[in-house]
Design a protein around this ligand. Structure first.
Ligand SMILES: Nc1ncnc2c1ncn2[C@@H]1O[C@H](COP(=O)(O)OP(=O)(O)OP(=O)(O)O)[C@@H](O)[C@H]1O
Length: 418
């Protein structure tokens, strides 16, 4: 859709993702065949989106994700208050959003933009808070309540069969404890030791697993941080890069995604009540944008993780109704769950060269896209930040040059000579 651009000089702009001109994220400019920049391009985010970002290493995926985060933080205050962003940061690179981009000053000037930092909250597993503070990074602690995990989830986390003797013991004990609202690792260990139906070696194995889980510093009797994470206008970066075990990362993502989903269902019900004239209802949490870099870790093409169900079934397929947007990025479209591609309404594709990856994108090519993915990506060339965008909402595909970041990009490749 065409509209008028009001930031500075009035210029033509195109709107992707819908046709509302009031809640727009500025993305960049059309990239013409002769490499010149054309009309400005923005994304209508009045309604939720499922956005898939792909691209081989070093061509702009995390950069583009950060542009969307920046734009959400720059919405007018009265709009921004209805939205909150949560960023699952697998590489520990998004905490730099708080600092201005002092590296790419010339390109920022060319775009007539102004570098700036943003207010973001950084959450880390409660057990690693100290190591961040030693590096002078201000962070908030985050922990998952132990009681939120089912016995089956603990088994998956420990890589054991639910029907093995330790698995059977864990499931039985967690079932008993779940009758209390909150419980600690000590409560679990006490019940393990008291169990009369298990062998001593089984009890020893289960004890070892739970003692390892205690050392992860991520599970606690009471949750910490989750309620604080989704406030109107806030951006919360959840740094999971210090969690080495991928199953533990998935457990954390699952817990966050599940909590937000349920809080949003409640908020949605409150919204209906308020619309019906009920003045005494609490508004609940704002609409949420969840960003996940390296998303194949949580939604692999083969098998599943502890986060697969909630992300695929509740967020991706049903997220629109409760007002949840999901932005997933990967280097390898062929290694991510196929539902991610088929359910995303916007695909932003940076440079890709692997035939496998291009083939996977081609398999979901919409009918309105005349040219195949391979040819479109070839035309895009190797410019960093160039992207081929397919938008289901406007049923169109475009070549875009993403705007430069205003905040410091933490994902740059380290160089021997800086
Ligand atoms: N829109 C853009 N404008 C200017 N420079 C850009 C843009 N997008 C990317 N770049 C440049 O490309 C570099 C690589 O981008 P980015 O770190 O996002 O790659 P990536 O695809 O996320 O890589 P990885 O998979 O290794 O994380 C950035 O450091 C930046 O210098």
């Amino acid at each position: 859709m065409e509209g008028s651009f009001t930031a500075g000089v009035s210029k033509q702009q195109y709107i992707l993702g819908g046709n509302c001109e009031d809640v727009l994220l500025y993305m960049g400019r059309y990239l013409a065949r002769d490499r010149s920049s054309g009309s400005h391009v923005s994304l209508d985010v009045n309604h939720p989106h499922a956005i898939f970002i792909a691209g081989k290493r070093g061509y702009g995926k995390s950069y583009t994700m950060a542009i969307l985060m920046e734009e959400l933080m720059m919405l007018p205050v009265h709009i921004k208050d209805n939205v909150s962003s949560v960023v699952i940061d697998t590489m520990g690179i998004f905490w730099t959003l708080s600092k201005g981009n002092e590296i790419q000053t010339s390109v920022i000037d060319e775009w007539e933009l102004v570098s700036r930092g943003f207010d973001v909250d950084i959450f880390v597993p409660a057990g690693s808070q100290r190591s961040y503070e030693e590096r002078h990074i201000v962070v908030k602690p985050l922990s998952i309540p132990i009681s939120q995990m089912s016995g089956y989830e603990w088994c998956k986390l420990f890589g054991m069969e639910a029907v093995s003797p330790p698995g059977v013991l864990i499931i039985r004990i967690i079932d008993v404890l779940k009758k209390n609202r909150a419980f600690s690792f000590e409560d679990i260990l006490d019940l393990v030791m008291e169990d009369e139906r298990s062998e001593i070696t089984t009890k020893g194995a289960v004890e070892n697993h739970f003692r390892t889980a205690m050392a992860w510093g991520i599970f606690a009797e009471k949750s910490e941080g989750i309620e604080d994470m989704v406030k109107g206008g806030s951006t919360s970066v959840i740094d999971v890069s210090t969690i080495r075990n991928e199953a533990v990362r998935s457990a954390l993502v699952s817990s966050i995604a599940r909590n937000i989903y349920h809080l949003r269902l409640e908020a949605r019900r409150s919204y209906e009540r308020i619309m019906m004239g009920d003045k005494d209802v609490e508004k609940g949490i704002p609409m949420v944008w969840l960003f996940i870099d390296e998303a194949q870790q949580f939604l692999p093409s083969q098998g599943n993780t502890l986060a697969s169900d909630i992300l695929l079934n509740e967020w991706l397929k049903q997220g629109r109704q409760p007002g949840l947007s999901l932005v997933l990025a990967t280097q390898r479209p062929s290694s991510i769950h196929p539902d991610v591609l088929s359910q995303s309404d916007i695909v932003i594709c940076h440079r890709l060269t692997s035939q496998d990856d291009i083939r996977v994108l081609e398999s979901v090519r919409p009918t309105y896209m005349e040219e195949n993915f391979g040819d479109s990506l070839m035309k895009m060339g190797s410019e960093k930040g160039a992207a081929f965008v397919v938008d289901d909402n406007t049923e169109a595909a475009h070549l875009i040059r993403m705007r430069p970041r205003l905040s410091w990009h933490g994902g740059d490749d380290p160089a021997i000579i800086s």
